[in-house]
Design a protein around this ligand. Structure first.
Ligand code: NAG
Ligand code: NAG
Ligand code: NAG
Length: 530
């Protein structure tokens, strides 16, 4: 029955759209680039070369020193959620080994470290309890240790983990109350660390959080309905958009408080990080080209358009209708006024995209109305878009990096960008020896071609200010547990010993060759002396 309903809906939609082609065009906001007249021959001199991490994937210490439980702590302890039955209770124990890890970064010569703050370590019960001073001390000490080595912190306020208290009390991001909690939390972070942190990220990949938490249910809170997954509760047609709406407004509220209370004195910048893939039309037909553009809209412009232009992409409004929440006129004004200072791009892979409006297509990722009526797959006639990696979802397609950066540059008027994540997934094959993992030639090749592609975009005028490798260390890869390795350092998950891989040596040389000089903020010296 569901199939009949869907087909009928598609048919009606096709009729509607056939009569008004403008409805499926996503690029209605595209504007001209201000100035690309000064092409740089290389990375800019103050370009940040860094490594990235996140609290749940790295820290461990999940109940150490007064930390509250997060949604991920609770989720991973439920059977069947994580592929190898593991969790981040210990992860790679960054909470206790951060000084050693800062030394590893210093030896690579990085100019920046991207990490996230565990909300439940600062506020174990959100705003319904006190501040955990031990949590403040941990991040303060980490920041000072970085600055002593000349490494700038780039801090993500929210990277998937929220206090479980907020999930239990009001359903987390499904409730508008989450906005109040987020502002309460970020205010404490700006106040405690903003004298030393000059780059803030409000959210990491809210597009993935909304889809995996509320459409397919693979991430906490594990909600979904119908054919989208196997959940006990949820509404895949509506909840991803409600959660996203609250995250967008939470971002705006956080930026507002930073701009009005802190930015003038602290002199930093604030942005958001989206997962931004590249979508290649599977053919040169107009329908498939529009579908590829539509995929960008439903995937990442979903967040960036409201944050920058105060409205959802028109194509989303037209296809989703009343399933897409609306902003009040006050919210539109707030969104446009606060905006952001930079866009963080997490880029890993590319997909082929086939239109599902004008012709029927197989069910699959993206093909439903709620996902945008495009079918995306890494394969065309059984041939992958690029060399496979250790992740079934990831293929080596460096052109995608250049094209994604150029696309974001054009659509958002060349707002400063950072590549906040890019990295190579290697399957943790238990048959391989440590030595074999250390000789990670494929990761080196991946980084070389992706950095080269990034450089091409920079030469064409893209204002990209940094590149962060995911990741410094092998770590806990969400639902893949410890089965996927991304590190420049190998981690023996039983002893937690870190060992430099070939890719780490290569990155060190790459950074040195590009003579990177971090421009340290002026306040650091003062802070360290006081
Ligand atoms: C859905 O989840 C239930 C409960 O965890 C399980 O028994 C069932 O096999 C799952 N079904 C599918 C199709 O995965
Ligand atoms: C689309 O056209 C371009 C230019 O003619 C060509 O290079 C490309 O291979 C075509 N792509 C497909 C998928 O047919
Ligand atoms: C490891 O080796 C065993 C024995 O040769 C083999 O059966 C198994 O498939 C291998 N595992 C992987 C993940 O390659």
């Amino acid at each position: 029955m569901g199939v009949v309903t869907l087909e009928k809906a598609l048919f009606l939609l096709a009729i509607t759209i056939a009569t008004s082609p403008a409805l499926i065009v996503c690029n209605n906001l595209r504007i001209k680039i201000k100035d690309s007249s000064v092409p740089s021959s290389s990375f800019p001199s103050n370009f940040l070369f860094g490594t990235a991490s996140s609290s749940y994937q790295f820290e461990g210490g999940y109940v150490a020193d007064g930390k509250g439980l997060s949604n991920w702590d609770v989720f991973t302890h439920k059977p069947g959620k994580i592929i190898d039955g593991s969790n981040g209770d210990v992860a790679v124990d960054h909470y206790h080994r951060y000084l050693e890890d800062v030394d590893l970064m210093e030896s690579l010569g990085v100019s920046s470290y991207r990490f996230s703050i565990s909300w439940a370590r600062i506020l174990p019960k959100g705003r319904f309890g006190g501040v955990n001073q031990a949590g403040i001390n941990f991040y303060s000490n980490l920041i000072d240790a970085l600055l002593r080595k000349g490494i700038q912190p780039l801090v993500t306020l929210h990277h998937y983990d929220i206090p479980q208290e907020l999930q239990d009390r009001y359903g987390g991001w499904l409730s508008p109350k989450s906005q109040e909690d987020f502002v309460y939390y970020v205010d404490i972070c700006f106040k405690s660390f903003g004298d030393r942190v000059k780059h803030w990220v409000t959210f990491n990949e809210p597009n993935i959080q909304a889809a995996n938490g509320y459409r397919n249910g693979k991430y906490p809170p594990g909600r979904c309905s119908g054919q989208f997954g196997n959940c006990t509760d949820g509404d895949s047609e509506n909840e991803p958009f409600i959660a996203a709406h609250n995250m967008i407004l939470s971002h705006a509220a956080a930026v507002h408080i930073y701009r009005t209370k802190y930015q003038k004195d602290q002199g930093g910048s604030i942005g958001i990080v989206l997962e931004i893939g590249w979508f290649e039309p599977v053919s040169n037909s107009t329908a498939d080209k529009l579908a590829a553009e539509r995929a960008q809209c439903f995937f990442s412009n979903w967040f960036l358009d409201p944050i920058i232009y105060g409205k959802y992409p028109t194509v989303m409004q037209n296809i989703l209708g009343s399933n897409l929440p609306k902003f009040t006129s006050n919210e539109v004004e707030r969104l446009k006024k606060t905006g952001l200072d930079f866009i963080g791009i997490n880029h890993y892979t590319a997909f082929y995209v086939q239109d599902c409006i004008y012709s029927p297509c197989e069910a699959g990722y993206g093909s439903s109305r709620t996902e945008g009526l495009y079918r995306s797959s890494p394969y065309k006639n059984g041939v992958p878009i690029g060399d496979p990696t250790g992740g079934y979802w990831q293929h080596v397609y460096p052109q995608g990096m250049e094209k994604a950066v150029m696309y974001i540059m054009e659509r958002y008027d060349n707002i400063p960008m950072f590549i906040t994540e890019n990295g190579y997934c290697e399957f943790n094959n238990p048959n391989l020896t440590t030595e074999e993992f250390l000789n990670d030639v494929k990761r080196v090749q991946f980084m070389a071609v992706y950095l080269d592609a990034l450089l091409r975009a920079i030469r064409k005028g893209a204002d990209v200010r940094g590149y962060f490798v995911w990741s410094l260390l092998d770590n806990f890869e969400w639902t893949d547990g410890y089965t996927a390795r991304f590190g420049l350092y190998h981690v023996d998950f039983s002893t937690l010993k870190r060992t430099l891989k070939l890719s780490g040596t290569w990155y060190k040389q790459f950074i040195a060759e590009h003579k990177v000089k971090a421009l340290m903020p002026k306040q650091n010296g003062e802070h360290l002396q006081s």
